[in-house]
Design a protein around this ligand. Sequence first.
Ligand SMILES: C[S@@+](CC[C@H](N)C(=O)[O-])C[C@H]1O[C@@H](n2cnc3c(N)ncnc32)[C@H](O)[C@@H]1O
Ligand code: SF4
Length: 380
Amino acid sequence: MNSNYIAVYLHIPFCVKRCLYCDYVSTTDFSLKEEYFNALYKEIALKGEKLKDRKVRTVYFGGGTPSFVEEEFILQTFRTLQGHMDLSNLEEFTIEVNPESVDEKKVQLYKEIGINRISIGFQSTSDKILKTVGRAHDFNKGLKSYELLASFYDNINVDFILGLPYENFETVNSNLEFIEKMKPSHISYYLLDSSHNTPLKHFLEIKEMKLPEDDLVDELLDYIYDQLEKLEYNRYEISSWSLPNKECIHNQFYWYNLDYVGFGVSAGGHINNERYVNTSDVKAYITKLNDDELPYDTKNVNDEFTELLETLFMSLRLTRGITYDSLVKRFSKSLVDNVLNQTKNNLDGYISIDDSIKLTTKGLNFSRYVFEKLLEVSSI
Ligand SMILES: C[S@@+](CC[C@H](N)C(=O)[O-])C[C@H]1O[C@@H](n2cnc3c(N)ncnc32)[C@H](O)[C@@H]1O
Ligand code: SF4
């Protein structure tokens, strides 16, 4: 990929209500909306000016719930970006929407400003599951919103989570029937992460809620892999499936550890070998920018070894992995060979190291173990 390219992420931290399992940064305090967006415009102006020579290839509005805010905010954010960065090579432009807050007027504006990819959060087609985890929509609303989006777009991603309370073969089959009927161009099927400090974790601890057994989830996972393959979806990343030529371009900037700039509360960036994460506190974010300060929580410069390890970590999520040639173009050959030799010894059977470095089927199925083992690799 052209190294002058950069990806842009914008975080919109407002949700109509908080889902019980969610750990992403968002608030239901809408009184902060106006001030938040003014701060966001300022951050774009401050950081964007320094990146004027970079060609933006993808833009991604994520959240939170970007479709929850009035479309004027999305328009103004886009105009600000246009005023400070070079969007003349923009290829993929995505917005995340939720079923309960997207409507025709908003979609029309999305179309007008050039958004060409939509990501809609379903999580499940089971009303029982949706209600239990506090989603603000039921299946019927999800279906109606999907149909609205499909009348404007053919590049749509649908998010599902596997393993929420009440998950079973019936609920998964219902998700797969929806996929078969609607044929979205992209599916993200995540495995529930219940380790974060969320209301769900609390309800599990006090035994007010129960997750499906691990064995059932493993069976369901295998079943989903098989069924999606039968529907001609290609699993190109641990949690991502696409129809031909519909892989997400934006996420490849993360997976290949390329350059991206993140704007907004909790957004992260990686530019050259510098990595930063913005504060997760909405009020602190606003205050810092009001004082003309960049709202960093952490910011550091990676050495070559850390960059290489991060690149391996991320690219091994892709089923095709990463080529040896691309690694030795970016890093010194002796360092690459040293790290790969240790990895080969540590992860025999889980990883295949050839012209490409990628996980085997066993490695993909036990990816958490692989990533833990990768942390043991040293620079000497
Ligand atoms: C940034 S979130 C927000 C998307 C959007 N607001 C929504 O609710 O659909 C993106 C996706 O992460 C996934 N996600 C959120 N919390 C998760 C968790 N605890 N475990 C697994 N996936 C999760 C969901 O599929 C969600 O759609
Ligand atoms: S899953 Fe989406 S809608 Fe629910 S709280 Fe998280 S960001 Fe908001």
